[in-house]
Design a protein around this ligand. Structure first.
Ligand code: GAL
Length: 840
């Protein structure tokens, strides 16, 4: 009897489950499509063919950047400005099978970025080519696929042979993630949701969700869209449903509004993220798609007089410009590598990032959403007028609408993104082509004006073509996202700048010209303002040129007169006494930004060093000196000036090192959060100094004598911090310190191990240059090595590197097998060090 009851119970339960669409499996699958690709650096038109035999090609996992695997050379067409690494052509192929059950699904491939001119074929059918290497691209595979035992071959040609084409290092290859996406035949379109929060208060928020659904069935279908909103702690807070007919082969926009009570507001300190879950049902009530959109509830505004406000509170945007490469990983995207950069910046007090000068990897924005950074999301470094020989200007006329549109569609749900930058220092700022000197066809041809700009403006001849182009680009953005302001980084700060003349920018962004920051409100009444780029200080970690109060400005004027500058080592001084003539010292620019409320914020060039632009030098230098943090991720001294100003942490940083010639006059600087610092040399006080209201550092000038330098910071007579630096002896041993001792055995996660050269007593040797060799045991690989030296030529993907000013870095990447890994760093004549890392 009980047995029959059980059978009936199971039957009823199964029936109920089958009636409840919520229990159906989500027809959407989005899988990372990055393992077991084949790769070659050779080139033949037959490589796209499914029949081609690629068995002798290299097998690798994506994301992949072949440039960073190459050797540094002045001869590479990218030149030192592009990182002095190879470009060229590369091909990728991936063979895969799909189950018969996928036959009624739609299948897409999403490339987050291919640098550059990624051309894609599936089973011999050409799907397209995208010139802009920073754009994300989707291709549909559905019509060309095989199922069951039959194989599919995806082939990608990457052509980065014409260089220079990017400022700065671009990398080459499928350098961002790839996703295989399968959906049902009624589905949320690509980047098909747009979540905004038109009304927000502490009590409640209106969440507006605009969803584009596509119907690929042969018939019109009455489609129901159910949208659920989940709170940051993953509780369902509200939901709504809307049914509408969607024509066969058509798309339909669904507009839904919901209310969230007592919203958890997204902020820099509390980056609370909500989730909108879209469920799509066909006429029979079958679930055909589920799609998730992460968003934040917050308000922000830029006030011309008072700057930036987030949720009604004034916040100064303390930002850095970052180029996209990741040190020794090159351009190959890795989530942990980006997260580490953001962690280091957050510790410094940075709260904002400008994605200079291109659409970033989606992972950067996801991390900024989660970690609480405000993002200025930038699309272009040039428009029609070229900056380098083979750059995007060649593709701009045909592709700018598509690239800009896709960028906004891709990124407009990110809580962190709070402004769009349509360009950096575009040369169109100056060129003045009067529209009335052109006939309308010519203007249309030049600017590709099919939409967005009112032709009557062109006919009136009131604006230059470049102002109209600014208006056009701003309008494209506004049409897709009216909730965020549009800005641009301008280094022409006078009113005749065509971008300002257009009146299309919501925020005026100045690059440099710090002498003009204070007077901005008078010159541009009623306009919001930020410093889109500042400073361009030049520094090599651990290198000092004295006296510290003499300025090293390169070149001596701009344009250069050819006056020689610098030193044989091709390094730059870390006393904040070296910068480009269009820039300033860090202190100079920060003091002005700090002083005036009308300056919404600043973006220092740059947070991290990057490959390329080795200003003020050229070959043999190959990476930048601009970073607050070097290419290996080691902070330079100036990091602590910002930390003392931008955070509430107790900070005391004393530099330089204490290994000089006896009798040499040395300038000792301290960055301190506490106002008073006393310095002792071998127990003798060198005096106590107190910061005045304008001071950002304290300085002592003393003759060197070996021993120990001790600094004590005080506030109201109480000791806040103490620091010691001791003269180091000869290198004797290595010390390895991992940033994380346990990482995920997921094939992507990283541990960054800093290796320092120490003397017998364990003092850091600041001048050490010993060659350090790495070996590894266990399920992990050595993924990169670096030391932050802009003049170094050892391969960044090698297994050895010299210490630079006492330290170097090795990056370990996890395999898929859990277990323990031992990384050993050895150097001839020194005691080696081993670091254990657990792969979970
Ligand atoms: C700016 C430019 C940046 C970088 C910087 C170096 O003018 O926007 O890309 O070149 O100068 O100082």
């Amino acid at each position: 009897m009980n047995y029959y009851r059980l059978i009936i119970g199971v039957f009823v339960f199964s029936f109920l489950i089958s009636c409840n669409p919520k229990n159906e499996q989500n027809p959407r699958e989005r899988t990372r499509f990055t393992t077991d690709w084949k790769f070659t650096r050779s080139n033949s038109e037959s490589f796209f063919s499914p029949d081609f035999d690629d068995s002798d090609w290299r097998v690798l996992n994506l994301p992949h950047d072949w440039s960073v695997e190459g050797e540094f050379s002045e001869e590479h067409p990218a030149s030192p400005g592009g990182g002095a690494l190879p470009g060229g052509i590369g091909w990728y192929r991936k063979t895969f099978q799909l189950p018969e059950s996928d036959k009624n699904k739609l299948v897409f491939i999403d490339f987050d970025g291919i640098y550059q001119k990624g051309e894609v074929w599936i089973n011999g059918h050409r799907l397209g080519m995208r010139p802009y290497g920073y754009s994300s691209v989707r291709y549909e595979l559905t019509q060309h696929l095989n199922f069951g035992d039959e194989e599919n071959v995806l082939a990608v040609k990457v052509d980065n042979s014409e260089q220079p084409n990017s400022r700065w290092y671009s990398g080459s290859g499928i350098y961002r993630n790839v996703w295989l996406v399968k959906t049902g035949e009624i589905f949320v379109d690509h980047w098909g949701t747009y979540v905004t929060t038109p009304n927000v208060s502490e009590e409640s928020a209106t969440v507006s969700v605009e969803t584009t659904l596509a119907n690929r069935l042969p018939d019109i279908s009455n489609v129901t869209l159910k949208t659920e909103i989940y709170s940051p702690d993953n509780k369902l807070v509200t939901e709504t449903e809307l049914a509408q007919p969607v024509g066969a082969g058509e798309k339909m926009v669904y507009q839904q509004n919901m209310k969230v009570e007592n919203p958890d507001l997204w902020s820099i300190e509390n980056p609370a993220l909500y989730k909108a879950v879209s469920e799509v049902y066909d006429e029979e009530g079958n679930l055909t798609d589920t799609y998730k959109t992460t968003f934040g509830i917050r308000t922000f505004r830029f006030d011309p007089e008072k700057g930036f406000f987030l949720n009604g509170e004034h916040v100064k945007l303390l930002g850095v410009c970052n180029h996209h490469d990741l040190g020794c990983l090159g351009a190959a995207v890795n989530t942990r590598a980006i997260e580490r950069q953001l962690e280091i910046l957050k510790e410094m007090g940075c709260n904002s990032i400008r994605t200079a000068h291109n659409p970033p990897a989606p992972e950067l924005l996801e991390l900024c959403d989660k970690m609480g950074f405000v993002v200025q999301d930038e699309t272009f470094d040039m428009w029609r007028k070229k900056k380098t020989e083979y750059d995007y200007s060649r593709y701009f006329p045909e592709w700018h609408e598509r690239d800009l549109t896709d960028h906004i569609l891709r990124d407009r749900n990110h809580a962190s993104v709070m402004m769009w930058s349509i360009g950096n220092e575009v040369l169109e700022q100056w060129e003045h082509v009067e529209a009335d000197t052109l006939n309308i066809q010519k203007a249309n041809h030049l600017l590709n004006f099919e939409k967005n700009v009112d032709e009557s403006i062109i006919n009136s001849g009131e604006m230059s073509v470049n102002s109209l182009l600014t208006t056009k680009l701003a309008n494209i953005v506004k049409e897709l996202d009216p909730t965020r302001p549009v800005t641009a980084g301008c280094n022409e700060v006078n009113p005749w700048n065509n971008l300002f003349q257009s009146d299309a920018l919501d925020i005026y962004g100045f690059n440099y010209h710090h002498e003009n920051f204070a007077g901005f409100p008078e010159n541009y009444p009623g306009k919001a303002f930020l410093v889109s780029e500042s400073t361009s200080g030049l520094m090599s970690r651990g290198f000092y040129q004295m006296p510290s109060d003499s300025m090293f400005i390169w070149p001596d004027s701009y344009p250069p007169t050819g006056k020689p500058y610098g030193n044989e080592e091709q390094q730059c001084s870390s006393y904040d006494n070296c910068h480009v003539p269009w820039g300033s010292t860090h202190e100079e620019s920060w003091k002005i930004v700090k002083k005036y409320d009308h300056i919404a914020g600043t973006y220092i060039w740059t947070g991290f060093d990057y490959l390329g632009e080795p200003t003020p030098y050229w070959w043999p230098s190959r990476s930048s000196y601009f970073g607050i943090i070097d290419l290996a991720g080691f902070p330079k001294d100036i990091y602590y000036m910002y930390q003392s100003e931008w955070t509430d942490k107790d900070v005391l940083h004393v530099f330089p090192h204490w290994n000089w010639e006896p009798g040499q006059t040395v300038d000792i600087w301290a960055y301190s959060s506490a106002p008073e610092v006393e310095l002792f040399l071998n127990g003798e006080s060198l005096g106590s100094k107190t910061k005045g209201p304008e001071d950002l550092h304290l300085m002592w000038r003393v003759p060197f004598e070996p021993g120990t330098l001790e600094a004590v910071s005080r506030e109201d007579g109480k000791v806040v911090m103490e620091k010691e630096i001791t003269t180091a002896g000869e290198p004797e041993q290595l010390k390895g310190t991992p940033d994380r001792k346990t990482i995920s055995a997921d094939g992507y996660d990283l541990s960054y191990i800093t290796v320092e050269v120490l003397d017998k007593e364990g003092n850091f040797v600041p001048t050490a240059e010993n060659l350090v060799q790495f070996s590894i045991e266990g399920n992990a690989e050595i993924f990169g090595v670096d030391n932050g030296n802009p003049v170094g030529h050892q391969p960044l993907k090698g297994k050895e590197i010299d210490a630079f000013n006492g330290k170097c870095l090795v990056v370990v990447k996890a395999d898929n097998e859990p277990g323990n890994v031992t990384l050993t760093a050895a150097s001839e004549g020194l005691d080696s060090t081993s670091v254990k890392i657990k792969m979970n």
